[in-house]
Ligand binder design. Sequence first.
Ligand code: BG6
Length: 486
Amino acid sequence: MNGGMSPFVIVIFGGTGDLAQHKLFPALFSLFDKGLLGEKFYIVGFARRSFTDEEYRKFLREELCVKGSEVKRWGNFAENIYYQQGYFDEFSGYAQLNKKLDTFDAEAGGDMTHLLYLATPPDKYLSILHNLKESKLARSIRTRLAIEKPFGRDLENARELDKRLSEIFKERQIYRVDHYLAKETVQNVLAFRFANGIFEPVWNKNYLDHVQITFAEKAGIGSRGSFFDGIGIMRDVAQNHLLQLLATITMEQPKSFAREDVRNVRAAAIKAIRSIRPEDVTSQVIRGQYEGYKKESEVAENSMTETFVAMKLFVDTKRFENVPFYIRAGKGMAKNVVKIKLVFKQTCSVLFKEYGCPEIGNVLTIRIQPNEGIGMRVVVKRPPISGAKSQLALGTVDMKFLYKEEFGGHKDVSYEKLLLDIFSGDQTLFNRSDELESSWSLISQIMEGWKNQNDSEKFVLPTYKIGSWGSQEANVLIEKDGRKWI
Ligand code: BG6
């Protein structure tokens, strides 16, 4: 241990949930392994189930599938894990938690940093905030609050959450989480764009035909029915991760990497996305549900929740005037892939028309995951087939940078980065309210359009086969513009 981090407590509200199991505890365990958690720390899971500390540690060990050489290290790590049973909307659990924190503070010999981490579905946030206030759990300026995406259900709810937050915490104590901002490959987009002078000059409407962003996951919703149903992919992924990916492409160069400089350009990028009027939703937004979704556990049998969404967006800046952004996200898709494609205007036909130009010319692909990397498709002359009469022919090839070849691989450490940033007080990679206000205002208006669609008797929510690329209508969305998903 390097003992670098000061003593701290993390309380994870939703301590038995999916996020705690799949993201937070693995990140904390890994930081512990790297000696980055310091000498003294306490992790408290807060959830409904009744567990002793020991039972909770065992539950986590099993859920995280700790085995082999990890078991001993896990044992050392788990000594720092505690459990507090409580209901999010009942005061008593919070009062007990408060006492527990007093004991920890006394044991550690002073006020520690307390991180209250809201890792529950968003419909619990207001109750939790209410009880945090009542129980005075936000006890000092050393308390920090992390709140997961989706930050609310809609614009109104997000505003209310912000109001409540500001009654309890100062802005510098609040960390609104979107872990895509902390992904190495997402941060690299900024380095790629602004550290290489050759891309900026072509990063605009004069050269770009359009941009595609795909966020596809093979898995369905698995055991997350109670979280996902009624939330849907739009709130789960599009309002946050997908729009943030778009912002990395469209933002202007920040003045510096200082916190507010970066947040300013990000917020401006989200604000510049043109809103879609409810009456235009049908032509610009497609949704779908994978076949069999309604049979998933804890999903309503008549559920209208979308597991797929595709949209055509525009960004109202001089740089991107009228450049369409086709973006899509889905569960139960053909592949696990998150990628951004910048498709450049085809110019090859000026000189090479008679020799046949490839249908699509230059494409810059940024692979966020897996096979992380960046590739550039270029048009080349194909060598003649030996012996045949030589005739000029063109083809495309890919020039590629792969993390695994250059850096020996890539492990997603976004949650580790976020946790370290919270403890060091760096809010750069966390959402500011104005970003969320803009993203929710776009999404809420679309949802308004969906509500109107749902009310019309004619509307049937499109379905798609598991393992496909989502609703057929998403192809129509792009093909009617003479383009196609790549
Ligand atoms: C989460 C969503 O925010 O991101 C999940 O709630 C999604 O539905 C996940 O699966 C994807 O994150 P990652 O880091 O695994 O790509």
